[in-house]
Write a protein of this length. Structure first.
Length: 187
């Protein structure tokens, strides 16, 4: 079953092979109150993902060692509800569409507009929160259905017992009234 985490400060993992970009985004988002972990080596991302457990990943697409595409697949395998935003210089519509189909929530071109980045981060975190709330609601409804089904099954069993006892009582009353048909009513 999915464990839904409730944190007050969203966690953001930033992965880009350019340390200056990582430092800049880290500073920008940290100043906005987010808990940010920045990495310039994409090989560390999968390892750090496990311990950091981010709500959102911001990643470059073209990186040495592990590409942004591979990172997207890894992140979504580990936690399908984590949102992923790509920052890249690759201006290919087909690439953006492919990444969005595979689970990325946004695709921003470098040099990235800071206002656009902040809006994208806000939308991604809001989307994640809505998905988590929907999942909690679904789990709550499933629990209610289980409880109501159990109560209904108990009521049906009780009703079946009462029905059987009523028929037994009626057959005994008939047998007492007419001794010659004793047992026929029961059968």
């Amino acid at each position: 079953m999915l464990q839904v985490r409730n944190t007050s400060i969203p966690k953001i993992l930033v992965v880009d092979d350019e340390p200056e970009i990582v430092a800049f985004i880290h500073e920008l988002l940290s100043n906005r109150g987010y808990n940010v972990l920045g990495l310039s080596d994409s090989r560390e991302a999968a390892i750090q993902f496990e311990s950091f457990r981010p709500d959102l990943c911001i990643s470059d697409f073209r990186m040495p060692h592990v590409s942004g595409s591979e990172l997207l697949d890894t992140v979504k395998r580990k936690d399908p509800l984590v949102e992923v935003i790509f920052l890249t210089a690759e201006d290919e519509t087909s690439l953006a569409v492919d990444l969005m189909k595979r689970g990325a929530i946004d695709y921003l071109l470098k040099p990235v507009d800071l206002g656009q980045l902040l809006l994208s981060v806000g939308r991604a975190l809001e989307h994640r929160q809505l998905v988590l709330e929907n999942e909690n609601y679904r789990l709550h409804l499933e629990q209610l259905v289980l409880e109501k089904t159990h109560a209904l099954n108990e009521a049906l069993a009780s009703l079946n017992y009462v029905h059987s006892a009523t028929l037994d009582t009626l057959s005994m009353a008939l047998d007492f009234r007419d001794q010659s048909t004793s047992g026929h009513s029961r059968r």
